[in-house]
Design a protein around this ligand. Structure first.
Ligand code: ADP
Length: 878
């Protein structure tokens, strides 16, 4: 299109004059009277979306809004300028302006392209807006940047008649909603929008109409999005919602760019500023900073760093070296020279502090040179160095500890299913005498005791399968001796679970293992001892449940040792014995854990057995009795002989009493004889009246009774005592003894004084035995009295009572016993009586009887003679 021709159309359409002839430029359409297109011509023809088609209407070539221009028939359109927009093959509209000319046949529509003209007009309208927006954003303060952006968005929203504009910025973590214009709009959720933007970032202006997903997101409402790129990718998107139509892409892009570019630039600058601030902070905290050394001149230091190091920020080479530790000066000088030649500089240096007391500061000096100039950074690594030193010291201590411990720490590397030793702690040599690189160290399996090889192989298998193992085996040392090793090892795996290496520990447990073996052997010996002991050995709980019993015990009880376990020991005891047994256990305490007693058992197939039973209680920390260990010895035989002895002594006493007894029985016989003789005499004389007869007969009956009682008593006394203790009145024994002795004593002129007590408590034992004791004491007193030939001899028996015991005191006026003999008179066979008279057994047997009843028999001299005291525990029935 030529400039002159175009100029004509710049004026208002009304001012256009009708041309003389059609020009061979632009577009020509020949139409018939019904506006059907007959022919097309002109260069623009090729742009049309619809090529010449028979019967097509001119309207078919036009965008819909241009139809209004061509209302009615061609004849109506004459004489006025026509602005028509055509569909093109490129998709955008072809803007034309022209007129209609009458032809000989039909009409000629002559048109020219006015696209450029329209664009320019639009731009002319935009320009002030662009300037305004750009200016506002460039000039506002940083603090008002967001606020200003929002205001400018509002301006743009008004311009596009949009409901809401939203600005999204790309940041490191994704798209961020920066600001929106004021208008309300149901924007899709932020995350959904972000994802969409990410996907669309490579595109230009996007209209919701062009993008199905976006359309779905906005529920079909108008939305278009304008990207702003600074490089390849979109850095920001301007989202415009609710505008009646999308502006042309070039304009929208320009507007978005005007708005966003200054914003991004300022935004970036702000970010850089903040980052620089952070970096400064960080450098300050790290004690790091830059330095540079030009080819000629002094070292220049980061001023902040120079301050923290207390150095000037410019410093000459000799000064710099003077500040370094003497040992570091030469390396520093050499490293700098090399760096100037282009090598990389990396050196740790000590910087002297002004204070000689203070440790030097460690610096890492790094840099590289270019063209004789060197630059780099300095980093304060004092803290690191201090930690390194501490770690080094700790490591040294640990190594020392490991080296001096009786354990060997080892590492085995895993390769192709096998383990290869790679490390041993220094304790290996002192322990096994192996060098770390010796054959055994590399393959410890070779040094395993032949009997333990299976264990060793199992250990490796378990280790690889389970990840850890703990076992013992013997290893041969350098001298050929074997050590029991406790091996505890753990398998380390990599991230994929593949075995990497084994870390383990060998502990020499030879001593412990041997001690355990010795212990086992000694336990075995004790077990044999217990098993084979002739004594009965037994362990039981306080409730008498048997935990263990050896064979002798089992044999006595008529079962096997296995049957004893769990059995009730009480089943072989009478109720009384059991009660006594349990109450004896109750007296055991951690301080007094021992007790012994003679127990009486009812054994299968035997009448009774007497065992001497020694017990020891085992207690827990709280002092509770857990179990009892007991050793027993069968005492039945001894017991039987004792009883025989007792019986013998008893019979001897009876023998002694014989004279008195004869007199005792004679007495009633004499009385009866007299009564019978007198009665017979009366009967012969015929003067026996019934009253007389009855009186005599009653007297005889009383005497028979008396004799019978005496005989019965002797019979009972002479009988063997019952086996078990029974309760009886202590005083009853005194009366029993009197019955047998009183008459005899009277015959010898000895007075027997019984001081009858008010209360007569019970004791446990056998009455006949206590009677025997009393008879012994009375007979001894009588003998002493007769021997001394006292004027008025007497024997006295008294009872004293207190809360726990009863005492029977027997004293006389025979002058007492030599105190030197007080102990000896209780010895068996001790007597002062002439041979054949005394047996020396009386007191000894009596002592035994009283002791067996749980009491005591003692002697003292009191008043005019000896005083024997029988003390017996009371039998208290609850
Ligand atoms: P025996 O009577 O056979 O001698 P005992 O054991 O009964 O044996 O007595 C031992 C001794 O104790 C007597 O021989 C006597 O010397 C002394 N004895 C016992 N009772 C008395 C007493 N009441 N007064 C003095 N001596 C006594």
């Amino acid at each position: 299109m030529s400039g002159g021709l175009f100029d004509r159309w710049r004026t208002a359409p009304t001012a256009v004059a009708e041309p003389q002839a059609p020009a061979a430029v632009g577009l020509q359409l020949w139409l018939d009277d019904q506006a059907r297109v007959l022919r097309l011509a002109g260069p623009l023809r090729t742009l049309l979306a619809l090529p010449g088609q028979p019967g097509a209407q001119v309207h078919d070539y036009l965008l819909r809004h241009s139809w209004l221009v061509l209302e009615g028939e061609p004849a109506d359109w004459q004489g006025q300028p026509l602005d028509l927009d055509f569909h093109t093959v490129m998709g955008h509209a072809l803007h034309t302006r022209g007129w209609l000319l009458r032809q000989a046949q039909g009409w000629l529509l002559q048109l020219f392209d006015i696209g450029d003209l329209l664009r320019e007009q639009r731009w002319d309208r935009q320009r002030p807006l662009l300037g305004e927006i750009g200016h506002a954003l460039r000039e506002c303060g940083v603090s008002r940047l967001a606020q200003t952006t929002q205001e400018q968005l509002q301006v743009l929203a008004d311009h596009w008649q949009a409901r809401s504009l939203r600005l999204m910025l790309r940041e490191a973590e994704g798209w961020r909603h920066y600001v929106s214009s004021e208008g309300a709009w149901p924007w899709p959720a932020e995350q959904v929008l972000q994802a969409r933007l990410q996907a669309l970032s490579a595109q230009g202006l996007v209209e919701a109409n062009d993008d199905q997903e976006l359309l779905a997101l906005c529920g079909g409402i108008s939305l278009f999005m304008v990207p702003c790129r600074l490089g390849q990718d979109a850095e920001a998107w301007l989202l415009c919602a609710g505008a009646p139509q999308a502006p042309p892409a070039d304009m929208a892009l320009a507007l978005a760019r005007t708005l966003i570019e200054p914003l991004l630039v300022r935004h970036r600058r702000q970010q850089l500023h903040e980052q620089a601030g952070h970096l400064d902070d960080l450098q300050q905290q790290l004690g790091a900073g830059w330095w540079q050394w030009p080819a000629q001149g002094d070292l220049q230091l980061d001023p902040a760093l120079a301050r923290t190091l207390a150095l000037p920020s410019r410093i000459s080479e000799p000064q710099w070296l003077a500040h370094l530790h003497p040992a570091d000066r030469e390396p520093a000088q050499l490293a700098l020279a090399q760096a100037r030649e282009g090598q990389v500089l990396g050196l740790n240096l000590r910087l002297l502090t002004g204070d000689s007391q203070q440790a030097p500061r460690w610096l890492h000096w790094a840099g590289h040179g270019r063209g004789g100039q060197v630059r780099g950074f300095l980093l304060d690594i004092s803290a690191l160095k201090a930690q390194e030193q501490q770690a080094g010291a700790a490591r040294a201590r640990l190594e020392n500890l490991i080296a001096s411990s009786p354990a060997v720490i080892y590492v085995q590397h895993y390769a192709e299913g096998a383990l290869h030793s790679t490390f041993f702690s220094a304790s290996l040599a002192p322990l096994l005498g192996w060098a770390a690189d010796s054959e055994q160290a590399r393959q410890p399996g070779l040094a395993v005791h032949p009997d333990d090889r299976a264990l060793w192989l199992q250990r490796t298998r378990d280790l690889l399968r389970e990840g850890q193992v703990r076992c013992r085996y013997r290893l041969r040392d350098q001298l050929g001796g074997y050590h029991w090793m406790l091996d505890e090892a753990r398998l380390l795996r990599d991230d994929l679970g593949q075995p990497v290496e084994v870390v383990g520990l060998w502990l020499d447990v030879s001593e412990a293992t041997e001690a355990a073996e010795r212990m086992r052997q000694s336990e075995e010996r004790y077990r044999v001892l217990v098993e084979d002991s002739p004594a009965m050995i037994c362990r039981y709980r306080p409730d008498l449940t048997v935990l263990f019993g050896n064979r002798p015990l089992a044999d006595y009880l008529g079962c096997t040792p296995a049957q004893l376990e769990g059995a009730d020991l009480g089943q072989w005891l009478s109720a009384g014995q059991r009660e006594a047994f349990v109450s004896r256990l109750r007296t055991l305490t951690p301080e007094q854990p021992l007790s012994s007693a003679e127990i009486c058992l009812q054994l299968p197939g035997r009448e009774h057995a007497w065992w001497v039973w020694a017990e020891r209680g085992l207690f827990d920390d709280a002092g509770r009795l857990l179990e009892v260990q007991a050793v027993g010895r069968d005492n039945t035989e001894v017991r039987r002989s004792q009883q025989q002895l007792l019986q013998g002594a008893k019979m001897a006493t009876l023998g002694e009493l014989a004279t008195g007894l004869v007199h005792e029985i004679n007495q009633p016989l004499n009385v009866m004889r007299m009564a019978v003789a007198n009665t017979l005499k009366r009967l012969e004389n015929g003067v026996a009246d019934p009253a007389y007869l009855e009186d005599k007969l009653r007297r005889i009956e009383a005497q028979v009774e008396r004799a019978a009682r005496l005989v019965e008593h002797m019979r009972v006394y002479g009988r063997r005592s019952a086996l078990e203790h029974v309760p009886f009145r202590a005083w009853a024994a005194v009366e029993g003894a009197r019955a047998l002795l009183e008459e005899g004593l009277r015959g010898k002129g000895v007075a027997l004084r019984l001081e009858c007590p008010g209360e007569q408590p019970q004791v446990l034992g056998h009455q006949d035995q206590l009677e025997q004791v009393l008879i012994n004491l009375l007979v001894n007193a009588r003998d002493a009295l007769l021997e001394q030939g006292r004027a008025q001899p007497w024997i006295r028996v008294r009872q004293l009572l207190d809360r726990q015991c009863v005492r029977l005191l027997v004293d006389d006026n025979a002058g007492g016993i030599d105190p030197l003999l007080h102990e000896r008179i209780f010895e068996p066979f001790f007597t002062t009586k002439p041979a054949g008279v005394g047996t020396g057994l009386g007191l000894s047997v009596s002592h035994g009887i009283v002791a067996h009843m749980g009491g005591s028999l003692t002697v003292a001299n009191a008043g005019e003679g000896a005083c024997f005291c029988i003390e017996l525990p009371l039998h208290i029935t609850s």
